[in-house]
Design a protein around this ligand. Sequence first.
Ligand SMILES: [Zn+2]
Ligand SMILES: [Zn+2]
Length: 699
Amino acid sequence: MSISKDQLKERFKKENYEVNLFKEKGFIRKECPHCKHHFWTLIPDQDNCGDTRCSGGYKFIDKKGKNMDFDQTIKSLTDFFVKNGHTAIKDYPVVSRWRADMDFTIASIADFQPWVLEGVVDPPANPLVVPQMCIRTGGEFSDIDNIGKTARHLTSFVMFGQHSFNSKTLTDGYWMDRCLDLNFQYLTGELGLKPEEISYVESIWAGGGNFGPNLEAMAYGIEVVNNVFIAYGFDNGKVKNLDMQVIDVGWGLDRVSWFSQGTPSIYEAIFPKAINYLQKENDYKPDHKLLVEYNILAGLLAVEEVKDLREERRQMAKKLGMTYDEMLKVLGPQEAIYAIADHARTLSMTIADGAIPSNVGGGYNLRVLLRRIEALRSLYGLQFSIEKLFDLQINHLSVSYPRVKEHRDDIFKIVDIELKRYEETKKSGRRIVDKLIQQKNKFDFKTLLDLYQNNGINPLMVKELAKENKLDVEVPDDFYIKSEEYLAQQKAKQKIAKDELVLELKEEYITQALFYEDTYKTKFEAKVESVLEDKYLVLDKTLFYPTGGGQIHDIGTISADGKKFHVTDVFKKGTTIIHKLEEKCDLKKGQSVKGEIDGKRRMDIMRHHTAVHVVNTAAKEILGDHVWQAGADKTEHKARLDITHYNSVKAEELQRIEYLANQVVFENRSISKTDLDRDEAERNYGFQIYQGGVVPGKT
Ligand SMILES: [Zn+2]
Ligand SMILES: [Zn+2]
């Protein structure tokens, strides 16, 4: 079920937004002539909604506010909300181990998805606040291109989550009226804004099939915070109230701090020491007035939306009274300094939480960040010590996130190994680029993408290497956004023809999973729910384990009325377990069947499964805490375990892991299985319980 934002807009009227605060204080509702959004203001002749572009740009830069640095802002928000009945909970790691669908925590609400929002698990407190560090690299965000260019984008940022959960059983929360009261109190009290300086813009939030109204608080030409109310969903195409209605206010903490300080960009506000260090080492100090003007113009750039970023930036240069090349020459180093400091901060945070630069997924984004640091350094001829830079960022983060400094050694070790690897890539990259230059290659987007994807040579490195040959390669300003788009298109074109993907279920069943109840049983009785395409059988319950969690499915037989069917594949779609049969099947709904799995094969698989856990634990013991089960493959013949480690495992280390694992096996320990509440399990064993995959449900 999908519905367009315009259709949704029809549904939302004045009443959906008119909170008590507006009535009490006398806010009036107007329509913005620029963006056509409705907004609420105390000024009768206010002629725009207050959004950055509608109001003509940032007005808070160089304006003195409450001057709260990063840590003071965390404290200010925490104290305010605790004073107002919220519980401050500990933040989650930035590496989102509890989510199978993402590498990094991208929003504070992600801490509570899916189980709290689905009503399966109670929230740790209600209402609550959490200073959640979030990462945005790659994927749909592709913010890497924007860092340093827009004055406001960061690859890691704190989303200070203010959440209230409301359902039949959760009654301690609050809804829109109180949310906006608190919002107004914080903005006028702690941030010191005058009531008439604030406007609230009506909008609609939609995500994951749910939607609801939201009110964006604007002041001095910037959206300070967005108040989101997750209220509705769909049921068979009809709009319904969600059983769990959630307040999702993500205070952009870095932005609030920037707003209170009025520095030229967000970077000077959040990590001034790293910026100062990089400027000082290079004797670089841009003219303050120029920098402010430049960042105000940059603030108007929506890198994701503009068609031709290069052209937009040419226009920027014109407004500054210089050519594009002059602008790059004068302010390019500043952009590079912003980006370098940002990247070092994100790498420190993610490595501290257990991520490792690699060739896949989120790890690849981290590799790109480190390589961009080096490429920007040589492109602009910047001088600095990588140790000193990381040291400054580790210290900055450790005030509010002390775990970062506990991992100082890991961070340095991993960065060092990655830099050596980068040098090697550069060597081979030089050969490839030289050859392309000889072939008179034009280095268009496709060539750059090819080099980036297949040779690990990012476009900045190409530019750098080409420069050695006195050739200037033009890198699109939005290269990473373009490449994500391109890859997504390619992916959509590939048609995957696998049984489980092609088969369309007309109805969803909840198959009872008998294999969790008694793992040694091999025989069972069940009733037929449905037969699809004469060969896919759905039962009300089953002992057949469907492929999942790195473990292969069971095989065996199902018989009824003297007929025997061989089960060749078992897979899961949602809550339905589907048996693929070798023979044509004419069983009817409600018919009784007897099933038997291949017990010996299952036993071998189970042994291999346990072995994977033993080896994984041994690897952690020998190689260190950061070792993480990245993937596993458990079949009757063998078990394979992929672990994350920043270096290749040495023969000697492998021997020690093997020795330790065998020791455990020979001790003949008994294996016990206990079901714990998810909440309790996370508390007692930490996020390592998600080694090997995310377990659905409450226990
Ligand atoms: Zn507007
Ligand atoms: Zn397991």
